[in-house]
Design a protein around this ligand. Structure first.
Ligand code: SF4
Ligand code: SF4
Length: 362
């Protein structure tokens, strides 16, 4: 018992040390070696990422810029220090205080700057969903961006990823973010600088406590990590055969299998979570935005490969049927890629589609 508690505690600290959380079972390439995804490898500025058959190796030259986390569709690589939701909350809180809020990469920040700054390792680590949420919920936001500075930076791919994510967010929410190459209020009175630094330190402490708390709660609740396709396959058959034994007596228990998979704790990604939060706040966005969602032809042979390989457990086999748990699908397209006989096609669907908790694709 004591050992278990100590183990949980040490996990909390280890997770805080790792800025990037790595969950190989969610990686498209680990789940299906034929996947064409190489997003993280392509953008890593120091070539630190190696995808193996059953693992993701990050070498010690990783500079923790976080750019890989913004392009990974499934959260196999996830920024954890602080989690994106804490960055978002901080930006909104500062913005509600009525002053200009700046987002800047660490290398652009002057130590005696007194402005409201939210510092990130690289602007390219922020995904478009976060920019959308920030854009919808703040005013007076400024991004400190200077192309010349980016070109001299070790994060050589950061600028391209940043501009791509930002532009797509701008076009989705019809808003242009304010960019500036320097802070407006630098180096004013010493007293103000001191007060600001004190506020910054206190706010840093508060964020650290919150973050540790979030990770501790996850550990205590033992939030599950996704199963490998093989474990998932075994589990499916174990549960299925268990159910078959009692099926005659309790025929209605058949639905339990599907319910268990649909209700599993794994998770839509933090990027999708931002979108769903905005859908709630601004329902009109559901009409405007469209997402690639799988569609399955009736000629499908029900081999089940898509359901076992789907990295977010969005597809569930129910005997002859295949169900899509809409809010778990991240539009990664792996199911379309791995379907040997090409029975799956990704089609654009409006955000309204997510209103249904699940749909029968077959
Ligand atoms: S971007 Fe994510 S899913 Fe794609 S290869 Fe990298 S870790 Fe895997
Ligand atoms: S259903 Fe298909 S597109 Fe959606 S998350 Fe699963 S594999 Fe990716």
């Amino acid at each position: 018992m004591l050992f278990k508690q100590i183990n949980k505690l040490s996990n909390v600290f280890l997770k805080k040390i790792d800025k990037i959380e790595v969950v190989p079972n969610k990686c498209l390439k680990v789940r299906a070696v034929t996947s064409s995804c190489s997003g993280c490898v392509d953008v890593c500025p120091v070539s630190s990422i190696q995808i193996e058959v059953d693992s993701i190796e990050i070498s010690s030259n990783c500079i923790n810029c976080g750019i890989c986390t913004s392009v990974c569709p499934t959260n196999a690589l996830k920024w954890n220090h602080p989690p994106l939701i804490q960055l978002f909350n901080k930006i909104v809180r500062l913005s509600e205080e009525g002053q200009a809020v700046y987002i800047a990469c660490s290398s652009s920040i002057n130590s005696d700057c007194k402005a409201n700054v939210v510092e990130v390792p690289c602007l390219g680590m922020l995904p478009q969903e976060l920019w959308m949420s920030i854009g919808m919920n703040t005013s007076q936001l400024r991004i400190i961006y200077d192309s010349k500075h980016c070109r001299g930076c070790i994060n050589s791919t950061g600028e391209e990823v940043f501009l791509k994510q930002l532009k797509s967010a701008e076009s989705n929410i019809n808003k242009v973010f304010h960019m500036t190459s320097s802070f407006d209020y630098l180096n004013s009175k010493n007293e103000e600088i001191e007060n600001h630094n004190r506020r910054r330190f206190l706010s840093f402490l508060l964020e650290e406590v919150k973050e540790t708390n979030t990770i501790t709660v996850k550990e205590v609740l033992e939030v599950s990590t996704p199963l490998s396709p093989f474990d998932k396959f075994n589990r499916y058959h174990t549960v299925l055969s268990d159910l078959e034994e009692v099926a005659e007596e309790v025929s209605e228990m058949k639905n339990t299998l599907v319910d268990r998979f649909l209700d599993d704790t794994v998770i839509h990604t933090d990027k999708r979570a931002f979108l769903f939060a905005e859908f709630k706040r601004y329902p009109e966005l559901q009409e405007k935005l469209a997402f690639l969602i799988p569609n399955i032809d009736n000629s499908c042979t029900r081999c089940g490969a898509c359901a076992f390989l789907c990295p977010t457990d969005a597809l569930v086999m129910d005997g002859e049927n295949i169900i899509l748990a809409t809010n778990k699908c991240v539009s990664c397209g792996l199911c379309e890629e791995i379907c040997y006989e090409k029975h799956i096609h990704m089609n654009l669907k409006k955000g309204l589609f997510f209103k249904e908790k699940f749909v029968y694709l077959l």
